[in-house]
Design a protein around this ligand. Structure first.
Ligand code: SF4
Ligand code: SF4
Length: 345
C-alpha cells in the first residue's frame, strides 16, 4: 500500500504521464469529463461523477475502422486499427469500474471485438473511492462497494493524503513505475483507510435507493413483464432523445455508417440508441413502432434479458446518470421499484 500527500498529486500525474497518456476528470466549460492531463488543466477528483463515463475511452462514440477506395475496377479495403498506445484513466468511480465487467461480457465474447480488446489491453484503470455518494446513487443494489472500487489500482482520500492500492498485475506495475512519487503507507494509514471505508459504508446504507426490489424482478416471468400494463404510464413523456443511453456506462449498441470523403469511403462505428425510432430498422421494417415499445425494450434489456443471458448480472451499475440527465424526469429507479414491486401483479 502506497500514499502521497494530496498537494503532491501533480508529481504523481507527471510520473504516470511520462510513459503513457493519462486521463483524469477535468473541468472544461463547467462540465467534468475525462480528458488528457496536463499541468494547466483543472483536475476535479472531488467531482463525484463525470458527465460521460470512462466507457468513451474504450468504446468511443464514433470511430473509423475501415477505408475503401475504388481504383478503376478494383476496390481496396484498408482496416483502421485503434492506436496501440498505453494509457491510464485515473479517478474512475466504483460504478463505472464495474461497467467494464459488463462491457467485457459483450465485446470480449466470441466473436471478439478487437477495437475494444486492444483498448482494454492497453488501458490501466485507477479507481477512486466515493467520499460523498449522492442521493441518486444506487450502485450498492448491484453488489458494488463505492468505498472499495475495483479496477487495476484504487485511490482513496484519507485526510490530506491519497492512499493507493494495487489490485491487479497491471496496477502493481503502474505503482512500481511511479514509486519515486510515492511513499509506503504506515499502519496508522491502514487504520485510517479502514475507518474511512466504514464512514462511507454508513452513508451508503442511508441513501434513499439503497434497497431496490431487484430480486423480485429476477423471479418474474419474461412474457408477463413484457405485457405489463404499466409500461405506457412509465414511458409517458419520453422524448426519444437517447440521452439516457448516451450517458450510460453499460449501453453498448452501435450502428455502422459510411461517409463519402470524395476520395473514397470511410466506414464508421457510431453509438446508437434503442430509444431512436430508426434503431435496428432494416429494409424499411421498424421492429418497435411506438416510443413505449422502445422505452420498454431499454429496461427489459437491462433488467430482464441481459441478466438471463449473463449469469444474473443486470446491465446497470446504479450510477444514476440517466436519472439526473433525462429531460422528462423518467428513470430506471422508478421502473425497478414498480416492476419489482406489488404493482406488477
Ligand atoms: S427516457 Fe428520458 S433521456 Fe431517455 S430517451 Fe426518453 S426522454 Fe430521453
Ligand atoms: S441505466 Fe442509468 S443508472 Fe444504470 S448504469 Fe445506465 S445510466 Fe447508470
Amino acid at each position: 500500500m502506497k500514499k502521497l500527500s494530496v498537494k503532491n498529486s501533480d508529481a504523481l500525474f507527471e510520473a504516470i504521464s511520462a510513459s503513457r497518456a493519462l486521463y483524469l476528470p477535468i473541468e472544461k466549460a463547467g462540465k467534468v469529463d475525462f480528458y488528457p492531463w496536463s499541468k494547466d488543466e483543472k483536475v476535479r477528483l472531488d467531482a463525484l461523477q463525470t458527465t460521460r463515463s470512462a466507457k468513451d475511452l474504450f468504446f468511443p462514440q464514433s470511430e473509423c475502422f475501415a477505408k475503401f477506395k475504388l481504383d478503376k475496377n478494383a476496390i481496396s479495403v484498408d482496416p483502421v486499427a485503434p492506436a496501440d498506445e498505453k494509457f491510464v484513466v485515473f479517478g474512475v468511480r466504483a460504478c463505472d469500474a464495474r461497467s467494464f465487467e459488463l462491457l467485457d461480457k459483450v465485446f470480449l465474447a466470441d466473436p471478439v471485438d478487437v477495437m475494444y480488446q486492444t483498448r482494454r489491453a492497453n488501458g490501466t484503470i485507477v479507481t477512486l473511492a466515493c467520499a460523498e455518494p449522492e442521493e441518486t446513487c444506487f450502485c450498492m443494489n448491484f453488489g458494488i462497494d463505492a468505498s472499495a472500487p475495483g479496477g487495476d489500482a484504487r485511490a482513496t482520500f484519507v485526510g490530506g493524503s491519497m492512499i493507493l492500492e494495487a489490485l491487479t498485475e497491471k496496477g502493481e506495475k503502474l505503482l512500481d513505475e511511479v514509486s519515486t512519487a510515492l511513499e509506503d503507507a504506515s499502519k496508522d494509514d491502514e487504520k485510517a483507510l479502514a475507518d474511512e471505508k466504514e464512514r462511507i459504508a454508513g452513508i451508503l446504507k442511508k441513501l434513499p435507493f439503497s434497497s431496490l426490489p431487484l430480486d423480485n424482478i429476477k423471479k418474474q416471468d419474461e412474457l408477463e413483464a413484457v405485457q405489463w400494463w404499466k409500461w405506457g404510464e412509465l414511458s409517458q413523456g419520453c422524448l426519444g432523445c437517447g440521452t439516457c443511453t448516451f450517458v450510460c456506462p453499460t449501453c453498448q449498441c452501435y450502428d455502422i455508417r459510411d461517409f463519402d470523403t470524395g476520395h473514397g469511403i470511410n466506414r464508421f462505428r457510431c453509438w446508437d440508441s434503442c430509444m431512436f425510432w430508426e434503431f435496428t430498422q432494416a429494409a424499411g421494417h421498424n421492429p418497435r413502432l411506438t416510443q413505449m415499445e422502445r422505452f420498454r425494450q431499454r429496461f427489459m434489456h437491462k433488467l430482464v434479458y441481459f441478466p438471463k443471458n449473463n449469469g444474473g448480472d443486470f446491465s446497470c451499475v446504479g450510477c444514476g446518470r440517466c436519472v439526473r440527465k433525462c429531460p422528462s424526469a423518467l428513470n430506471i429507479v422508478k421502473v425497478i421499484k414498480e416492476l419489482g414491486g406489488s404493482d406488477n401483479e
